[in-house]
Design a protein around this ligand. Structure first.
Ligand code: PEP
Ligand code: MG
Length: 755
C-alpha cells in the first residue's frame, strides 16, 4: 500500500477523469471504489452515503458482497460506519471486529477483514457519506494513508453534493444528520430569546473546486496566497495605530506567527503536490487541525488551534482574491451571529435591527460586548466550547438566555415553542410601551425615579421610548474603546453634544472614562495585571495621566454650554481621590473663564460608590458631592472578595442577603440624611425582585438598562411601600445565606408583579 499512496496525485487525476465523464453517477461511484481499492491495495473499498433520517446506505463497494449494495444501512452511531458519521472523524483500527461498535452484517461478508479505515465525506462541514477501506491482514493504517483517504473523501464530496446520486431535496434532509438538532449549553451574557439563520462573524470560506487541473499553477497560487497573507499581517502590525500594543496587536502577532509557521506551510504544499487546488489544500490541512483540536483537553492549546482556523480561513479568502471579509454585508433579516469571540467595536459594526442573537465560544457577562449587546437588546450566550464545529452557516439557530441554550437546527416543535416565547416577549414589551407614561408611583403614593443606562448615541432614543426621566449613567468609554486613537477634544465634544441634544429636556449623567483593567482601548498599552478589576483602571489611570481626564472634562464643558452638566467619577476609593478629580474639574472651569468661553449653566458633581472603603467616609464624602451613584457590579465583587467573572463562583453569593442589604441600607440612609440624591446604576437594580428589595431598604432612584424600565415600573406600581419597608427591616436582621425565597414569597403573597 505504501508504494501506491506515494502517488495519490495519480489517483486524484483518475478520480477527476471519472467524475468528469458522461457515465451515470452510480457507474462513476462503482469505478471510483475500484480505483481506490486498486491504488491503495485494499481488499475492500466502500462508499456509504447519507440518506434522510440519519441513515447511511452502502452505495458502492469493491470487495464486499454485491448484494449488500443499497441493502446495508446503518444509523448514525450504529456500527463502525455510524460511529465515523457520529464523530465526523477518521477511524483507524487494526482489529475492527473487536471494536465495541462493530456490528456484524452477514450480507456483507465483512467479518473476514481485520483492518478498517473510515473517513467522513464532508461537504460544507456536514457528514454526507463515509469512505471505507478494509484489509484482511490486521494493521494500523499509517498517517499518510489516512490523509490520502481524507483527501479523496474531500473530492468525492463534490460528486455527492451535486445531487446526482441522491436527489437534492433528500440530500438536504439527509444532511441534517449534522443535521440533527443539537442543544449546546453556555453562559447567558445578556437576556432574551431569538431565532434566525447562523452567520459567521468571520465565515468559513467556500472551496468549490478541489482537484487541480494544473498542479504547478496551484502551487504558485498557494505560495502567492501565503506571501500576500504575510504581507497583509505585516502591514497591519506595523500600522501606527498599533504601535503601542494592545489586544488587537496581540491577536495579529499570533496570526503572524502562524502565517510564518513552516510545518503548516509544508503540509499545505504537500496537499497541493498531491493534486488538490491551493484553497482545497489549505482546507484539507485545516480539517486535520480541527480533528486534532477535538481531542485536545488543554483550553489554551485548543484556543490556539482555533486561531489556526481563523488564519486558514483568511488564507483561503486571500487565495480566492476576496481580501478581508466585511461581515456585516452578509447579514440577513434574522441573523444569529456565531463567533469565537467578539469585541465591542465589532458588534457595533452590525446593524442591530438584523441581529436576533449572538452565540460565542468565549466571553463573560461582564465583558463590554455584553454591556453593549444588552443596550442593543440582543441576547448572547457565551462560553460554548466547540460551538463553531457544531454549526454551519445557514443553519437555523435559536439563542435562549433563560435556559442558557443554543438550539442548533431545532425541530419544528422546538421552533414553535421558541416562537411562542418570542411572541410572548414582544407582547410584554408592547404592554410596557403602552405603560410608558404611567407614573412610577407605589399604591401608597410614593414616587420613584427611573432612569436608563446608556453608552452610545443610538441608546438615546430609549429615553423617549421607555418614558424614563433621563440617563442615570452614560458610560463614556465606549467611544474610546472603538477608536484606534485617542479621540480628540472636538470629537468627544461632538458625541456629548449629540447625546445632550438627543436627550432634550431630560438630564444625562456622564461618567468619566472607566478604562483599563479588562476594558482595553487600542491606544493604551495593555498591562498584564493579576487582578485587572482591581488594577490600574478608571480614576486611578486618570489621576496618573491627568491630561486624559482634563481633555474629557473640557469636552464635557464645551458640549453642555447653556445646559446643566452632570458628571460623575468611577472607582473612587476615598475622599481625597474625589477632591483630586474635583480639582481637575475646577482647573478646566477656570480655563473656560480665562479664555472667556461659555460653559454650562450649572455643574453637578457626583461620585460612584464602587469600592467599599468609600462607605467608611460617607459623612465627609457627602459634603464634597452633589449626588451618589451606587455601582453594584463592581462594588459587590469587592464586597464579597468574589471575582464576578469566575464561573466557579457564579451563584455562590446572593445579593439578596443580610450583609449586602444592611450595607446598602446604611449608605442610602446616610445620603438621605444629607439630602444628597442617591441612585443605583448596577445591573442589580434592573431585576424586579432585587429592585423591590432595594426599594424596601429606602432606595428611590434606579438607573437600569432600557429593557428593565417596564418591569421595574410595574413592580413599583403594584406594591405598598410602607408594608414592604417593615418586612425588609425584619428580614435584614436574619442570618440566612440568602433572603431570596423569603422576599419572593412576600412579593407573591402581596400581589407584587415581578415579570
Ligand atoms: C458598576 O460597576 O456597577 C457600574 C455601573 O459600572 P460598570 O458596569 O460600567 O463597571
Ligand atoms: Mg463599575
Amino acid at each position: 500500500m505504501s508504494d501506491h499512496i506515494s502517488q495519490p496525485r495519480l489517483l486524484l487525476r483518475r478520480l477527476h477523469r471519472v467524475m468528469a465523464g458522461d457515465d451515470r453517477a452510480q457507474v462513476k461511484l462503482d469505478q471510483i471504489v475500484k480505483a481506490i481499492a486498486q491504488n491503495m491495495v485494499a481488499e475492500v473499498c466502500s462508499i456509504y452515503l447519507a440518506r434522510a433520517g440519519g441513515i447511511f446506505e452502502l452505495f458502492a463497494t469493491e470487495g464486499l458482497k454485491e448484494e449488500a449494495v443499497h441493502q446495508t444501512r446503518m444509523q448514525v452511531g450504529e456500527g463502525l460506519v455510524g460511529f465515523v458519521a457520529e464523530r465526523g472523524l477518521p477511524l483507524n483500527l487494526s482489529e475492527a471486529p473487536s471494536h465495541p461498535r462493530f456490528s456484524y452484517r452477514p450480507e456483507t461478508g465483512e467479518e473476514l477483514y481485520h483492518s478498517f479505515l473510515g473517513v467522513p465525506i464532508l461537504y460544507g462541514g456536514r457528514v454526507n457519506g463515509i469512505l471505507v477501506v478494509q484489509n484482511v491482514a490486521p494493521r494500523r493504517y499509517r498517517e499518510e494513508e489516512v490523509e490520502a483517504l481524507q483527501t479523496i473523501g474531500m473530492v468525492l464530496a463534490e460528486l455527492v453534493g451535486g445531487g446526482a446520486l441522491i436527489k437534492m431535496d433528500e440530500l438536504s434532509e439527509a444532511a441534517s444528520i449534522t443535521g440533527e438538532p443539537v442543544t449546546l449549553t453556555g453562559m447567558p451574557m445578556t437576556d432574551g430569546i431569538g431565532i434566525g439563520v447562523a452567520v459567521f462573524h468571520e465565515p468559513r470560506a467556500e472551496v468549490r473546486i478541489k482537484v487541480a487541473d494544473d498542479v504547478d499553477e496551484e502551487f504558485v497560487r498557494l505560495e502567492d496566497g501565503i506571501a500576500a497573507l504575510r504581507l497583509q499581517l505585516d502591514e497591519m502590525i506595523s500600522h501606527p495605530d498599533l504601535a503601542q500594543g494592545g489586544e488587537h496587536r496581540e491577536v495579529l502577532e499570533t496570526y503572524r506567527m502562524f502565517a510564518y509557521d513552516q510545518g503548516w506551510h509544508s503540509k499545505m504544499q504537500d496537499a497541493v503536490r498531491a493534486g488538490l487546488t491551493a484553497e482545497a489544500g489549505v482546507e484539507r490541512v485545516q480539517q486535520e487541525n480541527r480533528a486534532r483540536m477535538q481531542t485536545i483537553r488543554d483550553p489554551y492549546l485548543r484556543e490556539r488551534l482555533g486561531d489556526f482556523d481563523d488564519i486558514a480561513n483568511r488564507l483561503i479568502r486571500t487565495i480566492q482574491g476576496g481580501g478581508v471579509f466585511v461581515a456585516h454585508e452578509s447579514l440577513q433579516e434574522n441573523t444569529i451571529l456565531i463567533a469565537r469571540s467578539l469585541g465591542p467595536a465589532e458588534i457595533m459594526d452590525y446593524d442591530r435591527t438584523l441581529l436576533k442573537g449572538i452565540a460565542l465560544e468565549e466571553g463573560s457577562p461582564t465583558a463590554h460586548v455584553a454591556i453593549i449587546a444588552r443596550a442593543m437588546g440582543i441576547p448572547i450566550i457565551g462560553r460554548i466550547p466547540g460551538l463553531i464545529q457544531h454549526i454551519d452557516g445557514g443553519d437555523q439557530v435559536a439563542v435562549d438566555s433563560a435556559s442558557s441554550h443554543v438550539l442548533v437546527r431545532p425541530s419544528d416543535d422546538v421552533v414553535e415553542s421558541v416562537q411562542h416565547a418570542i411572541d410572548a416577549r414582544h407582547k410584554l414589551f408592547a404592554e410596557y410601551a403602552a405603560e410608558r407614561d404611567y407614573p412610577a408611583i407605589t399604591k401608597d403614593g410614593e414616587r420613584f425615579s427611573l432612569l436608563i443606562n446608556a453608552g452610545m448615541r443610538a441608546d438615546m432614543s430609549m429615553v423617549e421610548q421607555t418614558g424614563a426621566e433621563g440617563v442615570g449613567l452614560y458610560r463614556t468609554e465606549f467611544q474610546f474603546m472603538v477608536s484606534p486613537t485617542l479621540p480628540k477634544v472636538e470629537e468627544q465634544r461632538k458625541v456629548y453634544a449629540d447625546v445632550m441634544e438627543a436627550a432634550g429636556k431630560h438630564p444625562v449623567v456622564f461618567r468619566t472614562l472607566d478604562i483599563g483593567g479588562d476594558k482595553t482601548v487600542p491606544f493604551l498599552p495593555r498591562m498584564e495585571e493579576e487582578n485587572p478589576a482591581m488594577g490600574w483602571r478608571a480614576i486611578r489611570l486618570a489621576l496618573d495621566r491627568p491630561a486624559l481626564l482634563r481633555y474629557q472634562l473640557r469636552a464635557l464643558l464645551y458640549a453642555t454650554v447653556g445646559r446643566d452638566l452632570h458628571v460623575m467619577f468611577p472607582m473612587i476609593a476615598d475622599v481625597s481621590e474625589m477632591k483630586a478629580v474635583k480639582a481637575l474639574l475646577a482647573a478646566e472651569v477656570l480655563r473656560l473663564t480665562r479664555f472667556d468661553k461659555e460653559g454650562p449653566n450649572s455643574i453637578k458633581v457626583g461620585c460612584m460608590l464602587e469600592i467599599p472603603s468609600l462607605a467608611w467616609q460617607m459623612d465627609m464624602l457627602l459634603k464634597e458631592v452633589d449626588f451618589i451613584s451606587i455601582g453594584t457590579n463592581d462594588l459587590m465583587q469587592f464586597f464579597f472578595a468574589c471575582d464576578r467573572s469566575n464561573p466557579m463562583l457564579a451563584g455562590r453569593y446572593d445579593l439578596l442577603c443580610p450583609p449586602v442589604l444592611n450595607f446598602l441600607q446604611s449608605t442610602i440612609l446616610a445620603c438621605h440624611r444629607s439630602n444628597v440624591p442617591v441612585t443605583l446604576c448596577g445591573e442589580m437594580g434592573g431585576r424586579p425582585l432585587e429592585a423591590m428589595a432595594l426599594a424596601g431598604i429606602g432606595l428611590t432612584r434606579f438607573s437600569v438598562s432600557p429593557a428593565a424600565i417596564g418591569p421595574v415600573k410595574r413592580m413599583i406600581r403594584s406594591m405598598n411601600l410602607s408594608s414592604l419597608k417593615q418586612f425588609m427591616q425584619e428580614s435584614i436582621g436574619f442570618t440566612e445565606h440568602s433572603l431570596r425565597d423569603r422576599i419572593n414569597l412576600y412579593a407573591h403573597d402581596h400581589g407584587i408583579i415581578l415579570e
